[in-house]
Write a protein of this length. Structure first.
Length: 103
């Protein structure tokens, strides 16, 4: 059984998405949650580029991917900033400790 290049890309996208969802649901560390979200977004970017390739609209797919990358980078930086601040306040990166930040 031989896989085409398209089949291999779809398999890679599904694997990345599955790993991201699994990590997002099982991890409690804020840094690992941000990394899991990055995996999810990267798999979606690959899927958008694949869809653009299939439909023949690569320019649109590339511009959408670039926009998602910029927005994703901003979200990752803000998430890391919040994680650092939570670490300073609670001395932990566990999501359970966020509730202790209430006044």
């Amino acid at each position: 059984m031989s896989f085409s290049f398209l089949d291999m890309i779809v398999l890679a996208v599904l694997c990345l998405f599955g790993i991201g969802i699994y990590a997002l649901l099982t991890m409690r560390n804020l840094i690992r949650i941000i990394i899991a979200l990055q995996l999810l977004v990267k798999s979606v970017i690959l899927f958008v580029i694949l869809a653009g390739n299939i439909t023949g609209q690569m320019a649109l797919a590339q511009s959408m991917a670039a926009t998602v990358i910029v927005a994703d980078t901003i979200v990752a930086v803000l998430g890391m900033t919040l994680a650092v601040q939570i670490k300073r306040k609670t001395n932990s990166l566990d999501t359970k400790d966020i509730a202790s930040l209430r006044r």
